[in-house]
Design a protein around this ligand. Structure first.
Ligand SMILES: *[C@@H]1O[C@H](CO)[C@@H](O)[C@H](O)[C@H]1NC(C)=O
Ligand SMILES: *[C@@H]1O[C@H](CO)[C@@H](O)[C@H](O)[C@H]1NC(C)=O
Ligand SMILES: [Cu+2]
Length: 140
């Protein structure tokens, strides 16, 4: 009985998936991949591999850039500035808590990175696509 309970307790953790996202690949203003479909309990592990960036949730449209400190919620996130200028490859981990779409961008340079297309979507939908979010960011 004890072992069965232990096994059941371990199942959700075993099914959770970690999604690795690289920030600044090849020193570009980018998230790679730029969109992820994830389930509740999954994690997003962002790793900055160049310069000094953030992953911060923002609005889908309107004043997209720069994302506000603390990020846009509910259930948003803000890594704060993560600098790889010292080669430390800093990481930020977000655990998915809902199935809603979330849109994020880098808040560096007063929104200049965001407007240059440094944008990311978690669970985009047919109505709120990554392509439209990117266009909204570039125009904001
Ligand atoms: C990054 O650089 C490597 C080698 O320099 C290249 O093979 C790869 O295609 C580049 N990727 C992107 C997304 O620019
Ligand atoms: C990273 O960028 C922020 C915002 O521009 C800045 O305040 C901070 O000093 C930078 N960090 C490093 C290590 O340069
Ligand atoms: Cu940036």
């Amino acid at each position: 009985m004890f072992y069965k309970a232990l096994l059941l307790a371990l199942i959700p953790a075993a099914l959770a998936v970690d999604h690795a996202i690289t920030i600044g690949l090849n020193n570009t203003l980018s998230f790679t991949p730029d969109q992820v479909v994830a389930a509740i309990g999954d994690t997003l592990t962002f790793t900055v591999v160049a310069r000094n960036h953030s992953t911060t949730t923002t609005t889908f449209s309107g004043a997209v850039c720069p994302p506000p400190p603390g990020g846009v919620g509910p259930n948003g996130w803000d890594s704060g500035f993560l600098s790889d200028l010292d080669g430390s490859l800093p990481q930020f981990v977000y655990t998915v808590v809902d199935t809603e779409p979330h849109f994020a961008a880098c808040m560096q340079a007063a929104g200049a990175h965001c407007r240059a297309g440094m944008t990311f979507a978690l669970n985009p939908t047919a109505e709120q696509t990554y392509a439209q979010f990117l266009a909204n960011a570039e125009a904001s």
